[in-house]
Design a protein around this ligand. Structure first.
Ligand SMILES: Cc1cc2nc3c(=O)[nH]c(=O)nc-3n(C[C@H](O)[C@H](O)[C@H](O)COP(=O)(O)OP(=O)(O)OC[C@H]3O[C@@H](n4cnc5c(N)ncnc54)[C@H](O)[C@@H]3O)c2cc1C
Length: 587
């Protein structure tokens, strides 16, 4: 079969903040760069980020990057790689000013400086008083950043393939990545994009859970592509449950609400976080607050007819603050709950939010794989950044506002590294049509018109099983059962079909390809969770309630083949400063 081919220096898969920041760096260095996105770029999930981006600008309270580094490592429950965290926190201020100059309309203080709000897990002076480090454009920061980055890319002449779906990476027998097979969604036509470097920036995988804050498109496609290419996924057991999702529905109510002075109450009207985190209270880190809400409901202090949620109170902030600083969440609350937070409290419950794990990379965005036990090397020409990657700056628990920072910092550093790589790799390698054919088979498999099970039903079942077997609290028994449940779902995939063939849009094919990714990533997540016999950050094992640094201060690596797990050490040595040694984590 002869397929159309397009050639570029660099292929970027994903047009969220991570992909666009990398593409911009490349386009400014005159590289010929293509960005592929399955939705129009400005619909990527980055657009939904509300609260803001962290940088120690010290516009509101005293601050510096070293305190930010400490908070990030403590927040990660000491699983983050300290060299990457130092790199990120040092770069933050410069890159936020760069965004400002690129046109991001940040909210302002009266003196004209960028407005910064308090977010969870932020402190002054290594664990002292609350800091205010999150730079915000009202509660629509991601929207502002994504639109600015897109406009900058248009100006820099980045080539966009809008509404193209990447199916799989193409590689040769020596393991070099040659580009990707993509599908034009509107026409259903496949296309080979050949490139000297390929960067995965496909975002997170919140869609493995039923109740989540993520967009429909967050199906972990890049992680699925990596797994099929023999690359492991790192630290997948660490999935962040955001404490304040709209109860029963899952949409996000930003932590910025608590940063502005909102707080949680139970059915007795009690401000219960005072019991769980006496100092930081409602601004303890997310894993801590999510567990507290779960406990309140479990112990019968939940609100509503079924006592199955708690309330987020913000009416005391006054109509002006809510309208000016939190207009988006007011809209969300009115639209989905018919609750106007100016007058009433919002019913909330934890919801699946952020993928801490992902494709293993170093701080230059290079994808790294183990060669021998505990050694690793970079795959030449393959990069990953953003929520699909694990660099790892978030470790076992991400701090709010650090993800928008992650994508701009490592998007830029990957772009810089690619520019250098291209200088010494000037030619395309020969195409490997066997690898293209393999990817095509994945696509053709969905042309089968025989009877079978509905893709949608399998996805719904997968999400339910993940929610009940891999949620906020975990035990060996539940996880073990969960592995069998997910394996059974994977087995059902053999008979999955696009049910109504007389009326199939390409979007149905896309949904099927996405489900293949979801199933593999769910398996990676639950296997890694079953294996880790300790509680650390977002991974909370009722049967192993304490953190075990002696045995478990290490990153997990899950390989799709034979469902194998391996481990590698945490990089505890920063670039220039002293290591932050593990301490008990109290807020
Ligand atoms: C509701 C919400 C609010 C948030 N608020 C904040 C916040 O205030 N502060 C903060 O720091 N973080 C926040 N986060 C987290 C943060 O927004 C994300 O982690 C980050 O924006 C991810 O960026 P990304 O570039 O990695 O991926 P995304 O923005 O998710 O983009 C992924 C891109 O990949 C493309 N893609 C995926 N698969 C394919 C495929 N197969 N083929 C082609 N293209 C593909 C998509 O089209 C898209 O362009 C929030 C997240 C959510 C869900």
């Amino acid at each position: 079969m002869i397929l159309p081919v397009r050639k570029f220096d660099s292929l970027v898969i994903g047009a969220g903040g991570g992909g666009l920041r990398a593409a911009l760096q490349l386009a400014h260095a005159d590289a010929n760069v293509a960005v592929v996105s399955k939705v129009f770029p400005t619909r990527s999930h980055t657009v939904a980020a509300q609260g803001g981006v962290n940088a120690a600008l010290a516009n509101v309270l005293p601050d510096n990057w070293h305190w930010h580094m400490y908070d990030t490592i403590k927040g990660s429950d000491y699983l983050a790689d300290q060299d990457a965290v130092e790199y990120m926190c040092r770069a933050a201020s410069h890159l936020v000013y760069e965004l400002e100059h690129a046109g991001v309309p940040f909210s302002r203080l009266d003196n004209g400086k960028i407005y910064q709000r308090a977010f969870g897990g932020q402190s002054q002076d290594f664990g002292g008083a609350q800091a205010a480090r999150t730079c915000a454009a009202a509660d629509r920061t991601g929207h502002a950043i994504l639109h600015s980055l897109y406009q900058q890319n248009i100006a820099a002449k980045t080539h966009f393939f809008d509404e193209y779906y990447a199916i799989d990476l193409i590689n040769d027998d020596e393991g070099n990545i040659l580009g990707a097979l993509v599908l034009e969604i509107e026409t259903g036509e496949p296309l080979v994009i050949e490139a000297k470097t390929t960067l995965l920036a496909t975002g997170g995988v919140g869609r493995i859970f039923r109740t989540n804050t993520n967009a429909q498109i967050n199906t972990g496609d890049g992680m699925g592509m990596a797994l099929r290419a023999g690359i492991p996924l790192q630290d997948m057991e660490f999935f962040q449950f955001h404490p304040t999702g709209i109860a029963g529905k899952g949409m996000l109510i930003t932590e910025g609400v608590r940063g502005e002075g909102g707080y949680l109450v139970n059915n007795d009207g009690e401000r219960f976080m005072e019991r769980y985190a006496p100092n930081a209270r409602d601004l303890a880190s997310r894993d801590v607050v999510s567990r507290a809400i779960y406990m309140e409901v479990k112990e019968g202090r939940g609100c509503g007819p079924n006592k199955d949620y708690v309330l987020l109170k913000l009416d005391h902030l006054g109509a002006d603050v809510i309208k000016q600083r939190l207009p988006g969440i007011r809209d969300t609350s009115i639209t989905f709950m018919n609750v106007d937070p100016i007058e009433e409290s919002i019913p909330i419950y934890p919801t699946a939010h952020y993928t801490m794990g992902g494709i293993p990379t170093n701080r230059f965005g290079q994808v790294v794989v183990p060669v021998k036990h505990s050694a690793e090397e970079a795959i030449p020409g393959l990069y990953a950044v953003g929520e699909c990657a694990c660099v790892s700056v978030h470790g076992a628990n991400r701090l709010g506002g650090n993800s928008l920072l992650d994508i701009i910092v490592f998007g830029r550093s990957a772009g810089n590294h690619i520019v250098e790589f291209l200088k010494s790799n000037r030619h395309h390698r020969p195409m490997n049509w066997d690898s293209v054919e393999q990817a095509m088979q994945r696509l053709r498999r969905w042309d089968d018109t025989s009877d079978g099970e509905s893709v949608t039903q399998i996805r719904i079942d997968l999400q339910k099983e993940m929610e009940s077997h891999c949620g906020v609290f975990r035990t060996e028994e539940i996880l073990k059962d969960g592995i069998e449940k997910i394996r059974a779902i994977k087995a059902r995939m053999v008979n999955a079909r696009l049910t109504d063939h007389s009326n199939v849009f390409n979007t149905a094919r896309i949904e099927a390809l996405e489900l293949e990714n979801l199933v593999e990533i769910a398996l990676a997540t639950i296997h890694s969770a079953y294996a880790r016999q300790e509680s650390r950050g977002a991974h909370s094992r009722v049967d192993f309630p304490v953190r075990d640094d002696k045995n478990w201060m290490k990153h997990s690596l899950f390989f799709m083949q034979d469902e194998q797990l391996d481990y590698k050490p945490v990089r505890t040595k920063p670039l220039t400063v002293d290591t932050f040694p593990p301490k008990e984590r109290v807020y």
